[in-house]
Design a binder for this molecule. Structure first.
Ligand code: NAP
Length: 251
C-alpha cells in the first residue's frame, strides 16, 4: 500500500485530493492547520473508502511543525510515496498593490511558498535516503501567471511555486523522483465562497472559462491521481492546468 501526505487536507481541494487518492488505494496523512473537526471527517471518509488515515495538525509556515509533520507521517506509514503541497491561503483582505501592506505579504509568503519549499526539501531527503521513487505535486493556481492587481501577494507566491516545481524536478530526476505543478482555475471551496457571485457571472455570463462551470475539488483530485498512479512516467516539471480551459487565448 502506498501512502500520500496531503497538506491542507481538511477542506476544499486538499480534501478532494485526499479522497480521490484514497479511492485509488492510497493511505493518507491528513494535514490541517486548526480545523480538527473537518480533518477528522476527512480521515473518517478515507477509512470508509477502505484505506488508512493519520491526522497531523501542523502549520506549514513553521519549521518545527514541518519537521514534526514529516516525522509523524513516516511513523504512521513507514514510507511516503507522494507529497502533495496543497495548503494555502488567500489574503485576508484583497488590496490594490499600490496600497497593500507587508503583513499580508509576509503571511502569504510563509504559508504558500516557504512552507512548501522547505517541506519538499524534508520529504525529498527522506525519499532519497529510503530509495523511494516518489512523486511530488504542488498545487499552484492560475494566479501563477494571471495578474490580479488586488492580490499581488497571492500571485507572487503562486508564481514562486512554478519555480519550486522546476527546481526540484531538475534536482530530483536522478533519484527517480518526479515533480509536478497542478494549476487549478476557479474551484468551488471556502476560499472562493466570498467571491461566488462575481465568479458566477464571469463563468456563466462572460464565458471566462471555455468549459462553463465551476471546477470541483474532485477535478483537481483526479489530476493528482493520474500523477500518483504513474500515468505520466516520462514527464517531470510538467504543469497540468485544471481550469476548464481558462488559460486558452482565443481570437
Ligand atoms: P480552503 O478551502 O480555504 O482550504 C485550505 C486548507 O489549507 C484547509 O485544509 C486549511 O486547514 C489548510 N491550511 C491553511 N493554512 C495552513 C497552514 N498554515 N498549514 C497547514 N494547512 C493550512 O482552500 P482551497 O480553495 O481548497 O485551496 C487549496 C489550495 O488550492 C491553496 O493552495 C489555494 O491557493 C489553491 N487554489 C485554490 C483555488 C480555488 O479556486 N479554490 C484556485 C487555485 C488554487 P484548516 O481546515 O485547519 O484551516
Amino acid at each position: 500500500m502506498s501512502a500520500a501526505l496531503v497538506t491542507g487536507a481538511s477542506r476544499g481541494i486538499g480534501r478532494g485530493i485526499a479522497l480521490a487518492l484514497a479511492r485509488s488505494g492510497f493511505d493518507i496523512v491528513v494535514n490541517y492547520a486548526s480545523n480538527a473537526e473537518a480533518a477528522a471527517s476527512v480521515a473518517a471518509s478515507v477509512r470508509e473508502i477502505g484505506t488508512k488515515a493519520a491526522m497531523v495538525r501542523a502549520d506549514v509556515a513553521r519549521s518545527e511543525d514541518r519537521t514534526r509533520l514529516v516525522e509523524e507521517a513516516y511513523d504512521a506509514f513507514g514510507d511516503i510515496e507522494l507529497l502533495v503541497n496543497n495548503a494555502g491561503v488567500a489574503p485576508a483582505v484583497r488590496a490594490d498593490i499600490l496600497e497593500a501592506g507587508e503583513e499580508s505579504f509576509d503571511r502569504l509568503i510563509a504559508i504558500n511558498l516557504k512552507g512548501p519549499y522547505f517541506l519538499t526539501q524534508l520529504v525529498a531527503n527522506r525519499m532519497i535516503a529510503a530509495g523511494t521513487r516518489g512523486r511530488i505535486v504542488t498545487i499552484s493556481s492560475m494566479s501563477a501567471y494571471t495578474a490580479s492587481v488586488n492580490r499581488g501577494d497571492y500571485c507572487i507566491t503562486k508564481a514562486g511555486l512554478s519555480m519550486l516545481t522546476k527546481l526540484y524536478a531538475a534536482r530530483l530526476a536522478e533519484h527517480g523522483i518526479t515533480v509536478f505543478e497542478v494549476r487549478p482555475g476557479i474551484i468551488a471551496t471556502d476560499m472562493t465562497d466570498g467571491v461566488k457571485e462575481k465568479y458566477d457571472r464571469l463563468i456563466h455570463d462572460d464565458g471566462i472559462t471555455p468549459i462553463r462551470r465551476w471546477g470541483t475539488p474532485d477535478d483537481v483530485g483526479r489530476a493528482v491521481v493520474a500523477i500518483a498512479t504513474d500515468l505520466l512516467p516520462f514527464s517531470t516539471a510538467q504543469v497540468i492546468d485544471v481550469d476548464g480551459g481558462f488559460h486558452l487565448h482565443t481570437l
